[in-house]
Design a protein around this ligand. Structure first.
Ligand code: GLN
Length: 316
């Protein structure tokens, strides 16, 4: 049945061609707008996929979810809350003004300012150690060794003036320890890790499974860290469209500008989706529609409400 639903979602939306491929990072503009892959991984380890589920793309903003989890694991709930914040800014992912409006607090760990501040919290004596911790942690989530796409990394490194400005602004408010340029470099590397829709589904399913990767059996983070991460994904995962997403779909999720998306059903599993055409906020159009379809078809909305007595079926 799940294979059939994935196939239906793919058939329904593959012809949808609204949106545009991101081109502010020059290397991303080369993405094929036709690519469309879906993968669903259950907490029991079941895997279902359709379309371009094995095409590689850079993880981009979706890394923010998993680096947030690593930071929560390393420095704890309180420190992340106080240093980064856990509220949606209601502004674009690369907003500078959001930092100014909030007295220097990045507020939202799922946009660039908050993610840069989160990356700076990772343990390590220097940037190289922080990067090693990050790459190792995200690889454990995926259950395989994740590597950088050098072309995208270099392309973003040459053009990320805005992220460097954001990091310096955070430093001016004492929100960033260490060298801002080095932290932006680690952040740019994390965004350049190469993944597939299948990897995203495995990573999401690990968050759904109390922190245990359902394919490798490894405990990557604690169940408490998963809870904290999923709550932030619910309020902040789709940038300024997060409220609409939650209202329509009712699942924690995270998207990125290369067209990837992961939607998580706690205790059940996750969908990884990939298609490069983006809406105005930077969320993949086809990925959102496919996740919405699957969430409805599989009854995954976390806020679905039903009368208690209706479930008793006259048993009393
Ligand atoms: N690396 C990208 C950036 O910092 C990630 C943004 C995104 O996926 N929204 O601009």
């Amino acid at each position: 049945m799940v294979d059939e639903l994935l196939r239906t979602a793919h058939d329904r939306y593959e012809g949808h061609d609204e949106g545009a491929v991101a081109d502010y990072i020059p290397a991303l503009a080369r993405a094929n707008p036709e690519w469309f892959g879906l993968s669903l991984v259950g907490v029991t380890g079941t895997v279902h996929e359709v379309g371009d589920a094995e095409v590689a793309f850079t993880i981009q903003s979706i890394s923010k979810a998993f680096v947030f989890a690593l930071a929560c694991a390393a420095v704890g709930h309180e420190r992340v809350h106080e240093r980064v914040g856990v509220n949606n800014t209601g502004l674009a992912f690369n907003s500078v003004v959001a930092v100014e409006l909030n007295g220097g607090s990045p507020m939202n760990p799922m946009v660039n300012a908050g993610a840069i501040a989160t990356t700076a919290l990772l343990p390590g004596a220097d940037a190289a150690e922080r990067w090693a911790h990050l790459q190792d942690g995200l690889s454990r989530f995926a259950g395989r060794s994740l590597e950088i796409d050098d072309e995208v990394y270099l392309s973003e490194s040459e053009t990320n003036h805005r992220n460097r400005a954001i990091a310096q602004l955070l430093q001016s408010y004492n929100r960033l320890d260490g060298d801002p340029a080095e932290t932006v470099d680690v952040y740019t590397r994390q965004c350049s890790l190469s993944v597939t829709a299948h990897d995203l589904a495995v990573m999401g399913a690990t968050l759904a499974d109390g922190g245990v990767n359902p394919l490798t059996g490894e405990q990557v983070v604690s169940a408490e860290v998963c809870r904290d991460t999923l709550s932030v994904l619910a309020s902040c995962g789709l940038y300024e469209r997060s409220g609409e997403w939650l209202f329509e779909i009712g699942l924690p999720a995270k998207s990125g500008v290369s067209g990837g998306m992961v939607a998580i059903s706690p205790g059940k599993g996750a969908v990884g989706a990939f298609s490069p055409l983006l809406d105005g906020a930077g969320n993949s159009v086809r990925a959102q529609r496919a996740c919405a379809y699957l969430s409805r078809a599989l009854g995954l909305n976390l806020f679905a409400s039903a009368r208690w007595s209706a479930s008793q079926n006259g048993a009393a």
